[in-house]
Write a protein that binds this ligand. Sequence first.
Ligand code: C2E
Ligand code: MG
Ligand code: MG
Ligand code: MG
Length: 282
Amino acid sequence: RAKETGKAHHRVFEENMGAEARDRLKLAGDLRRAIDGDEFRIYYQPLVVLDGERRVAGMEALLRWEHPDRGLLVPSQFLPVAEETGLILPIGMWVLEEACEQANAWRKEWPEGPPPMLCVNLSAKQMQAPDLVEDVSRILARTGLPPECLDLEITGDALAGDGGALASRLRELKALGVKLTVDDLGGQDASLSLPRRLPVDFLKIDRSVIDGLGRNPEDAAVTSAFIDLADAFGVTVIAEGIENAEQISRLREMGCKLGQGYHFSPPVPVPEVPWLRALRGA
Ligand code: C2E
Ligand code: MG
Ligand code: MG
Ligand code: MG
């Protein structure tokens, strides 16, 4: 009897629970299973030198989830739940190891010119994980990828926390020999003052800013200010979300030498990556 009542209560509870909360609960369960079930995929988007040659200077690893019922999901559909549940930590380490292994294979297959840099995104939670530096170091050793070929991208929200702890964490990562990028500069959570004195190599301008180039004088002014700021700090600017040739010529006039975007290629699965070499000379 008590058991029956309990079940009924549970059912009522579930019915009253918001549909959204129920979806999140289901998603969290699915995510847990996905790690062991081999359901994650990494797509790669090329980072291109903005000159006539269009050399591929790097590849950004972007996570996808091949959900058995819902099809291919992009990060905005599951990263928030992965963050809340802490599952981003094991998922993030899987991404890092898988992508480093892949990048090391490309490095060998792609002998002409400097090897493409591998860019991997880290969330705020990953940046704060106590084992991060040790994990990165172990993965580099195990996969054989030279540290200077790995670039770790961190966003404004990861930089917004405790300045002292963050700066020493970044120095520890730099001591491994890897590169660091501040991602989404000029996007929602970023602020202009963030990169000051942090030991980073690249500033990546958010696509919301790049989007307005050629149409919106404010966006051109912000882009140009970021490029000057980067010059002053001795770091390199990357423009994200380039979708047309007009944006490229504006960026080149302003002195920006690296970019990525659908104009060159969307993120693609591994088998399509070799075709990206055709960007050379395009
Ligand atoms: P992000 O690091 O700023 O990556 C750039 C996003 O812009 C990607 O979205 C990419 O597909 C998209 N994009 C690139 N070029 C263009 C363009 O020309 N036009 C438009 N409209 N979009 C473009 P995606 O793959 O959905 O990833 C979204 C975000 O999820 C990433 O933003 C990154 O913050 C996060 N993310 C992706 N993979 C990982 C991961 O393995 N770990 C962590 N912690 N975060 C990840
Ligand atoms: Mg990124
Ligand atoms: Mg970005
Ligand atoms: Mg973003």
